[in-house]
Every structure is written in structure tokens, then in C-alpha cells.
Design a protein around this ligand. Structure first.
Ligand SMILES: C[S@@+](CC[C@H](N)C(=O)[O-])C[C@H]1O[C@@H](n2cnc3c(N)ncnc32)[C@H](O)[C@@H]1O
Length: 319
């Protein structure tokens, strides 16, 4: 893939071929990197035997789903909310932390060819060769600090990481390192979903409670999204902290968007099930053939109004 490839508006079924299977196969999750994620519920979520790239596919889908959802706020800001579009057009340096397979970066690098993009992740899930010239990746543990000078990046972005760090890590290392890497006058942006989702029907609620209990067991700060704004506001050296939220109804009551969000949520639950199967007391066959279809029916029942809230918070580093 080169710079000229334009990406579709919404991708789950459109097979965005931006991956290079041999290099980003999820089995690349080495045991030492996996060990570093020992308290992360997704540490083994590589995918099934039939589709070892299932988690990567899910992240690609998630990117296009949220880009589409946020496009309704502002066409130009669908991949971010900070006021950096003009700078991106002129050419700046951008960092994406915990970039996964790099879908956000590849999309951004194609859209803003004058800017340079760097993605870092604990696992090499991103393409090593087939990528735009203005996009690079590094395999590294963010908690060890990144090998970049202070203020190296004009725009520092991090999203969908709420299942990874403890409160202590967020407070003592994560936010401080993100600020250190941002250039004075540059912007920092965080994005994630709120956990738990609102008014979940019983079966989905059961899974959600198990996931939350798992994260509690290992001190993950799963509620961090609702603290993004206060976390950034409490930092010296940041100003203009701004939050934007989007709420989507899951299922047919949310029209076309709701159907897409429910499809995505179902995919997520299927991928995460092997991590929590022991705690559900539901055998795999029953889970996939009975529990899940019923869970989906519940989403569409009139008694519930299940909603998913995503939030972006951005701030500018003082000059
Ligand atoms: C749910 S994925 C989100 C990927 C990407 N941000 C996106 O929007 O698609 C979370 C990512 O965080 C990465 N991650 C977790 N802990 C990390 C760490 N300590 N350093 C770097 N990356 C980490 C995981 O490997 C995974 O790719």
C-alpha cells in the first residue's frame, strides 16, 4: 500500500487490506511482551485458530466504526478532535501510543502526506514494510519511557487503552510521559469508551460485570475515561482542556449506527469470551450457539436502551 490508497468510510466488511499478514499476525505476541501485559484481559486475545488475526481485524473495524461515528460531529475531525488539522496539512510530527495494528496512523498518514507519523506498541502488530513513507513504527513498552527527546511531537494521541494501566501508572507515568513528549504549543489527545456501557440488558451485563471484576482483580483503572478531563486539568503545563462525548444506542433502536455498534460489540464479546470463560460457567458451545444469540435479542428488546459512550479529551501544552 502506498500514500495514494484511499481508505473506505467504514470498514468492517470492506476488507481494508493495509496489513501484511506475515508481519502482523497476532501470533507475533512474544511471550516476553505478553508477560508485560500480565494484568491485561486482552493479553491472549490473538484470535481463533480459523482467524489468528481476529483481534487485529477487530481493531481495524473499531477504527472505522468510530471514525464514522465521530464524522457526525465534524467531517474533518473524525479521527481526532484537537484543533490540529491546519498544522497536519502543513506538516507536523505525530505520535500514537499503543497504536495496535496502526490503523489510525495509516489512515492519518494517507490523509496528511506532509506530516510524519510514529506509532509505538508493545507488540509488532503493525506493517513493517507495506506502509506510507511518512509512517514508522517502534516495538516498545511505553511504561519504560520512549527513546524520544522532550517535546519531539506536535500532536500526541492515545486511544482505547482503558484496560491496560493501573491508576498508579496513569498518575505517575503515563500522563507525565505523554506531556513530556508533546512540543510546547502542541496538543495531546486521549480517546476511549466509558465502562460499563449504559443500561445493558442482563446477558451483556453479566459479561460486563465479569470483565470489570477481572480488571479490578489486577487493579486496572477501567473507569479512567470518566477521569480523562480531570486528569489532564490537574497537570501543570497543559491548558485549554476540552472534552467531547458521543453516545450511541446499541441495536435496532439506534438505527443503522446502532446495528453497526451492536455487530461490533458482539464481535468484541466473542473475542473476549475465552479470557473469561471459566468465570462465566458457560461452555463454549452453549456460549456461541445459545447465550450470544439470546444476548443479541435482548439488546433489541423494548425494555432496554443500551448505549455506548465514547469521549475525547484534548489539551495544549503551554508554550
Ligand atoms: C485495544 S488496543 C488499541 C490499539 C489502537 N490504539 C487503536 O486505536 O486501534 C490496545 C493496545 O495497547 C497496547 N499496549 C498495551 N500496553 C502497552 C504498553 N505498556 N506499551 C505500549 N503499548 C501497549 C496493546 O499491545 C494494544 O495494541
Amino acid at each position: 500500500m502506498g500514500n495514494s490508497v484511499s481508505l473506505p468510510v467504514f470498514g468492517p466488511k470492506q476488507n481494508v487490506d493495509i496489513k501484511e499478514p506475515s508481519t502482523i499476525n497476532a501470533l507475533n505476541r512474544t511471550s516476553s511482551a505478553r508477560q508485560k501485559l500480565k494484568h491485561c484481559i486482552f493479553r491472549n486475545s490473538t484470535g481463533s485458530k480459523d482467524n489468528p488475526n481476529e483481534e487485529i481485524d477487530r481493531l481495524h473495524s473499531q477504527h472505522y466504526l468510530y471514525r464514522y461515528a465521530w464524522e457526525q460531529i465534524s467531517k474533518f475531525k473524525s479521527n481526532f478532535s484537537a484543533p490540529v488539522r491546519e498544522r497536519l496539512i502543513d506538516g507536523i510530527s505525530v505520535l500514537d501510543v499503543g497504536c495496535g495494528p496502526g490503523t489510525w496512523l495509516l489512515d492519518m498518514a494517507s490523509t496528511y502526506p506532509q506530516s510524519n507519523f510514529m506509532g509505538i506498541d508493545l507488540f509488532p502488530q503493525f506493517p513493517s514494510e507495506i506502509k506510507p513513507n511518512n509512517c514508522d513504527f517502534l516495538t516498545i513498552d511505553f511504561l519504560e519511557g520512549l527513546p524520544f527527546d522532550d517535546g519531539k511531537f506536535d500532536f500526541v494521541h492515545m486511544r482505547f487503552i482503558n484496560h491496560v494501566f493501573t491508576q498508579k501508572e496513569w498518575n505517575e507515568r503515563v500522563i507525565k510521559e505523554l506531556i513530556r513528549l508533546t512540543k510546547p504549543g502542541g496538543f495531546l489527545e486521549l480517546m476511549d469508551v466509558h465502562v460499563p456501557h449504559k443500561d445493558l440488558p442482563p446477558k451483556a451485563n453479566l459479561l460486563s460485570n465479569i470483565l470489570i471484576a477481572e480488571m479490578d482483580r489486577t487493579n486496572i483503572w477501567w473507569d479512567v475515561t470518566s477521569h480523562f478531563e480531570s486528569l489532564l486539568s490537574a497537570q501543570q503545563g497543559l491548558e485549554g482542556v476540552t472534552s467531547q462525548k458521543k453516545e450511541h444506542t446499541l441495536g435496532v433502536k439506534g438505527a443503522q449506527d446502532g446495528i453497526l455498534f451492536l455487530e461490533f460489540y458482539t464481535q468484541f464479546m466473542k473475542i473476549v469470551y475465552p479470557q473469561i470463560s471459566k468465570r462465566t460457567n458457560i461452555e463454549p458451545e452453549e456460549f456461541y450457539n445459545e447465550f450470544m444469540p439470546k444476548a443479541i435479542e435482548e439488546f433489541n428488546a423494548k425494555e432496554y436502551s443500551p448505549r455506548i459512550v465514547s469521549e475525547r479529551v484534548f489539551a495544549q501544552k503551554t508554550a
